[in-house]
Design a protein around this ligand. Structure first.
Ligand code: ACO
Length: 320
């Protein structure tokens, strides 16, 4: 019998340490006024002693507890992240080991701020191909990728993790999707370059470990390509909520005007957490579920839209 992926639980974990704009203005030449007016961000969370895998593990535990599910029931764990602890083992396989999901396959995907949407799309295909249950988690510790002396990027990002439990059901819940990528624009946002220190390697390495972004290019890309992508997904169908990657409030306001959907349908929380890349959409979803705005099983139509490094972007329309 045909089966489809259904989101049956949501969870999120934020580090305790809060860094306000005021705190940042004591560390670099910036101000609450500049940051809040340009981005909508007022504070962010930063890890003091946790890795990305620690945050994702806590999300996984919460998800299993919420549905009273044993780790042994999981078929897959996918983590979307651009700030893994190691190149290997992946964050997902560390989570698999810690929760003891020994029959689950586990792997990370790297699609920057589109990571959760990419991972959710892929996970839903795994369910259509026969998997019964799995975790899709977005988790980041971007604080380690940031040059804390660069005010143009340091004020934008935060740490956190969120995720969903995806289970097989008979009803089609993923109604439409449109994912995209454009590697020719990849230099607009780079992070995590590792110099090749091998004695065999002869070139001078040019990349930077720290996150570098041509902010204006990403802004324009988001307003143009991402708005078009959302229009293609929703067509003229009414939707209940749109959960976009939380990079910048001004981007969301401009997209709302372009797609002609009332601003209040676009949920936001970047004021509290900044840009948490692959974690931003599942954190936002979990908050919406916790606050009662979204009730799983109530058949609300929700759009998830990611966009960022790669460049990558994409939207999924789901009935929750
Ligand atoms: N505090 C004070 N002044 C600052 C700061 C700061 N933190 N940062 C930059 N400035 C200054 C600049 O130096 C510049 O000064 P100048 O005019 O004297 O040269 C001035 O403010 C304007 O700088 P811009 O970079 O032009 O500012 P802009 O209005 O474009 O806003 C921003 C920058 C917020 C980064 C915006 O471009 C943006 O949001 N871009 C999109 C980012 C995004 O969406 N990323 C998502 C993907 S992230 C991912 O995939 C991981």
């Amino acid at each position: 019998m045909e089966q489809f992926g259904t989101i049956t639980a949501t969870a999120s974990v934020l580090p305790e340490k809060i860094i306000t704009n005021e705190d940042l203005s004591k560390m670099m030449d910036t101000s609450d006024e500049w940051i809040a007016s340009r981005t909508g961000i007022r504070q962010r969370r930063c890890v003091t002693d946790q890795e990305t895998s620690d945050l994702c593990y806590l999300v996984a535990e919460k998800l299993l507890k919420k549905r009273n599910t044993a780790a042994s029931e999981l078929d897959f764990i996918i983590v979307a992240t651009m700030s893994p602890d190691y190149a290997t083992p992946s964050v997902a396989v560390q989570v698999q080991g810690k929760i003891g999901a020994m029959t689950a396959i586990a792997f990370d995907i790297s699609a920057a701020c589109s990571g959760f949407v990419y991972a959710l799309s892929l996970a839903e295909k795994l369910i259509r191909c026969g998997s019964k249950k799995g975790l899709v988690i977005g988790g980041e510790t971007l604080s380690k990728l940031i040059d804390w002396s660069d005010r143009t990027t340091a004020v934008l990002f935060g740490d956190g993790a969120g995720g969903v439990l995806l289970e097989a059901g008979n009803e089609q819940k993923l109604l439409a999707e449109h994912l995209a990528a454009d590697g020719t624009r990849g230099t607009s946002l780079t992070a995590g370059y590792h110099h090749n220190a091998s004695p065999i390697y002869t070139e001078d390495s040019e990349g930077s470990f720290y996150l570098k972004m041509v902010g204006r290019d990403i802004f324009d890309f988001a307003v143009r390509d991402v708005a078009k992508n959302i229009k293609e997904i929703i067509k003229d169908e009414p939707v209940d909520y749109l959960l976009l990657h939380q990079a910048n409030l001004r981007i969301i306001e401009k997209i709302a005007r372009k797609v002609k959907v009332p601003q209040e349908k676009f949920l936001t929380n970047m004021d509290k957490y900044g840009n948490t890349s692959a974690a931003s959409i599942p954190i936002l979803l979990d908050e919406a579920v916790t606050s009662g705005r979204i009730t799983l099983g109530k058949k609300q139509k929700v759009v998830f839209t990611g966009y960022g490094g790669g460049l990558t972007w994409g939207s999924i329309l789901m009935e929750l």
